[in-house]
Write a protein of this length. Sequence first.
Length: 82
Amino acid sequence: MTPMDRDILERLQNPGNKELVLSPRLIAENTDWGRDAVRDHVLRLREHGLIEYYDEEGGIYQLSDRGRMWLEGELPTEELED
């Protein structure tokens, strides 16, 4: 997990508010990370089950239960490694 991965998960979590559903482009627009890099990390986060499609055709993602568990410290990072 990298700082970008955490930023992406936290952006979807939207602490203190309702969780968001976003495309990689919108995640990039609302963070300090570039669009291509965000897209690559989103794909990896989905492979690890931390985010999932909200709308596959539209390329829109949401936080998964596993992603919530990781953010809450209930899922060790070691369990995510390849």
